[in-house]
Write a protein that binds this ligand. Structure first.
Ligand code: DQA
Length: 138
């Protein structure tokens, strides 16, 4: 089973970015832990700050992956194009957020992705990714 985590803008700064919201761990460190916890999953990780690159990666993954865990960062709330890309591909996409977007500013309450995703996990810190991975195990 091949699953890729796709992270969008500013998520490369985890560990130093607003630690009171996003924690102190870098994504690279967390990703290493995740691979050890889920040895039966072929787990890969892609990051881009660029909207079109995220869309290109979703298109590529539709042919080579069994599922996607997508944290599109702020593009979640602005990008019709990423929402369309998720709607266009057949493999399951789980939308995740580290913070509870519904407990934050109003502009974070809307997502262009959720409607087309298999599900949404938000607010469990980096554990949100882990909870999404469990979904692929059942
Ligand atoms: C985020 C929530 C978004 O609103 C924000 O723009 C991010 C991170 C999260 O994981 O909590 O960049 O997707």
């Amino acid at each position: 089973m091949k699953i890729e985590i796709v992270n969008g803008p500013n998520l490369n700064l985890l560990g130093e970015r607003e630690p009171e919201i996003y924690g102190n761990l870098t994504f690279e460190k967390y990703f290493d832990e995740l691979k050890l916890k889920f040895p039966e999953i072929e787990l890969s990780y892609f990051h881009s700050n660029v909207e079109g690159e995220i869309i290109n990666r979703l298109h590529e993954l539709r042919k080579i992956s069994n599922g996607i865990i997508l944290n599109a960062g702020a593009y979640t709330h602005t990008s019709i194009a990423i929402g369309d890309a998720v709607a266009a591909i057949q493999i399951p996409v789980i939308e995740v957020h580290i913070s509870n977007v519904f407990a934050r500013e109003e502009f974070r309450h809307h997502s262009f992705i959720t409607k087309h995703a298999k599900g949404l996990i938000t607010g469990f810190g980096l554990k949100s990714y882990e909870l999404a991975l469990h979904n692929f195990m059942i």
